[in-house]
Design a protein around this ligand. Structure first.
Ligand SMILES: [Zn+2]
Length: 713
């Protein structure tokens, strides 16, 4: 269910670049009215999307993408649509074609095919899900009803964590921030049904309305579990009170981005002193984790608050809250129609503005990818990922790493000492492209045809168990945090690696038929983005081994912060929707990565052109110079639109800036852009107060004249 994506984690494991493009995918039932059609992938630079009647120097996002929404309006089953969503849907069709081959109950299927096929087939059988009702949940609900004393909570909470119900707090495994070779347990804030703590505390009409809708939704779900109207209404209020109390002791999303705020190593007895209501040694034992003696208590204040809350709340209220958290943790597709509908209505329609549920085959394809993604991914790459894409991408990654080395050398503000350390870190970055070298072993996972709720909870248990057994063991550096068909990419600070799943290496982001400029503008900027994450406001605090350790001189750190402060103000000035401005601090890391990423791609392109003797400023048969193609390709990474509700949600929870500003914010910081399009200093896309964390290539600018024949309108 989409909800889990909203949960902030206490690790720095992943930083997806495109996740927000692929808005919405969750609950459903009624048939989608969308004409389902596998979208063709756009080409490297797609002229259909351009609006050349506009002035590129005034609004380059609209210039690159102005006609996109007319060709690809947001479908009713999405809360946004864009370049990433086209690739996402195209990949979904590919997965579907594979799933249709293995869904029939055929004895010749391999064990992995049985799991993948039966997971999908069970999810698809809506009639059987309806007929089964909540039977599979009955033992869980009985267990809550049987609680007689708060001291009995421990075992239940441990079990919940394993089946992805993160009631009251969250729990898992992470690399030790200060010793990345170690894998440790962590506990963190959690237990909320709304996306983030400020949803409970923010003032204003929109926030108030969302809270009312949420309370209504919780009440409706309880009613569907069998409560009377009066009881469910009163219980929803109690749940809201309890969650608001949890929110009050939780950290906001921006504070959570600072590693030192969420790193508090403790012994289990120290944790027990903070929140003695939970028998922690028993808790860890019941999750079947290897012995836990030390762990990271990400937010100690939260656990102090949890203690007060558990002390002052009566058992009946806690039981009501647990019932809600349980039902909310079960994916919509495994629930009877009425509950699935209600879940969709709040989390997708009201929170994201998505008018209609997605088709069941789409939801079930995604659900199967989520449950047994590497089994499905193994077949996917065999069928859809050409080996040459891996080799070509690796070459581009190397080119961009070389570009970064050059950039570090030319940074006037960075001292020689810090430069040596920065290059050390750069040389240690591991590149992972396409798919893992070793596939996950699913033999211990049981997928039963016809048991939708059981399959979802067993898949969750299997994955959580897999994570938790890592505690105390050495780190597997070959592990992937995304499945191969995922249309996204990430950098991990603990692993110091950049990861590009097969799903993202498709046209228009990467294509053998595209020009070098187009590929550098598209995937090159994404590679540069992930690489820059190692040096953004968060990533820079980790060294090449993945340890949280300060390798900067004080003075360099201060200069760096002064420069990134320019970006905080720049992006903080953008209005995303209505009265909602971008949070410049929350989005700083992503904005730095976007800015650094395009710059590195440009440096790499210039090197490539030098090698090949190409004049980047000379127009070719397309009517564009390679330099213009590069910027247009970058602009088209972000073509598309989002519904206003989705933009509001994104700005309030997500570290990525909305698509329009990922283009404008970067472009206006690059004088090379203004030069390529003949902009005048002072025009919106060539401001005189641009931010330059990385070095602009001003010297080359001085010798250049605006592109021949290109007039700015
Ligand atoms: Zn990123």
């Amino acid at each position: 269910m989409e909800k889990r994506l909203l949960t902030m984690q206490a690790t720095f494991a992943a930083c997806g670049i495109l996740a927000v493009l692929i808005a919405a995918a969750s609950a459903q039932t009624k048939p989608a009215t969308v004409t389902d059609k596998n979208p063709d992938l756009p080409t490297g630079l797609d002229n259909r999307f351009l609006d050349t009647s506009l002035d590129p120097c005034v609004d380059f996002f609209k210039y690159s993408c102005g006609k996109f929404p007319k060709i690809y309006p947001i479908p009713p089953d999405m809360s946004g649509y864009g370049t990433g969503a086209i690739i996402f849907e195209h990949t979904e069709y590919a997965l579907h074609s594979l799933l249709e081959k293995v869904e029939a109950n055929n004895p010749s299927r391999t064990p992995n095919e049985q799991k993948v096929g039966d997971y999908y087939a069970t999810c698809m059988n809506a009639e059987a899900v309806e007929a089964a009702g909540l039977k599979a949940l009955r033992p869980e609900l009985d267990r809550i009803a049987a609680l007689k004393d708060k001291s009995e909570l421990t075992g239940l909470l441990a079990h919940y964590q394993l089946i992805n119900v993160s009631a009251l707090f969250s729990y898992g495994e992470q690399q030790d921030l200060k010793d990345a070779r170690k894998q440790i347990a962590f506990v963190d804030q959690g237990g909320l049904g709304l996306p983030e703590r400020d949803y409970y505390l923010r003032t204003g009409d929109a926030a108030e309305k969302t809270r009312q809708q949420y309370v209504q939704h919780v009440g409706n779900m309880l009613k569907l579990l069998g409560e009377s109207e009066a009881v469910s209404t009163a219980e929803a209020q109690k749940i809201m009170q309890l969650e608001t109390a949890l929110a009050k002791v939780s950290m906001d999303v921006t504070s959570q981005r600072d590693p030192k705020n969420i790193y508090h190593p403790m012994t289990v007895s120290q944790l027990a002193a903070l929140a003695p209501e939970i028998a922690w040694p028993v808790f860890f034992e019941r999750t079947d984790a290897p012995p836990v003696t030390d762990l990271n208590v990400a937010n100690p204040d939260f656990f102090k608050g949890l203690h007060d809350l558990l002390e002052s709340t009566d058992l009946e209220s806690i039981k009501t809250y647990l019932r809600w958290q349980l039902i909310n943790g079960i994916p919509g597709y495994a629930l009877p129609t009425a509950l699935d509908h209600e879940d969709f209505n709040f989390y997708d329609r009201q929170l994201r503005g998505q008018p209609e549920q997605r088709a069941r085959w789409k939801r079930c394809s995604q659900a199967t990818d989520g449950a047994v993604g590497e089994a499905l991914g193994e077949v996917y790459v065999k069928n859809f990922f050409p080996p040459e894409a891996k080799a070509k991408t690796l070459q581009m990654v190397k080119d961009i790493e070389n570009a970064m080395e050059k950039e570090i050398d030319t940074l006037a503000w960075m001292s020689a000492v810090t430069k040596v350390k920065a290059k050390e870190k750069l040389h240690m970055v591991a590149e992972k492209i396409g798919y893992p070298d070793h596939w996950r072993d699913y033999s211990a996972l049981k997928i039963v045809r016809g048991d939708a709720i059981g399959n979802a909870t067993r898949a969750a248990e299997f994955e959580n168990h897999r994570q938790l057994t890592k505690i105390g063991k050495p780190v597997d550096r070959g592990e992937w945090g995304m499945t191969p068909p995922t249309v996204d990419a990430y950098y991990s600070a603990g692993m110091n690696d950049i990861n590009f799943p097969a799903g993202i290496l498709q046209s228009p982001l990467y294509s053998v038929d595209a020009t070098d400029s187009e590929n550098y503008g598209h995937i090159g900027a994404i590679v540069g983005h992930e690489l820059t994450h190692g040096f953004d406001d968060e990533g820079r605090k980790f060294d090449g081994n993945g340890n949280l350790s300060d390798w900067w001189t004080d003075e360099d750190a201060k200069k760096y912060e002064a420069m990134t402060d320019c970006e905080v103000k720049e992006y903080g000035g953008f209005t995303a929707v209505d009265d909602v401005k971008i949070n410049g601090q929350l989005t700083l890391g992503e904005n730095t990565a976007d800015n650094g990423g395009l710059r590195l791609a440009l440096v790499a392109l210039e090197e490539d052109a030098k090698r090949k003797g190409v004049d980047l400023n000379k127009k070719d048969a397309s009517g564009w110079s390679p330099m213009q193609q590069f910027f247009l390709a970058y602009g088209q990474d972000w073509c598309g639109e989002n519904r206003p509700e989705q933009i509001r949600l994104q700005v309030q929870t997500d570290p990525h800036s909305p698509r329009e500003f990922r283009v404008k914010g970067v472009i206006q910081n690059m004088p090379e852009f203004g030069n390529a399009f003949g902009c005048k200093p002072g025009q919106p896309m060539m401001p005189t107060n641009a931010c330059h964390v990385w070095k602009p290539q001003i010297e080359s600018l001085k010798t250049r004249t605006p592109i021949d024949g290109f007039t700015s309108r």
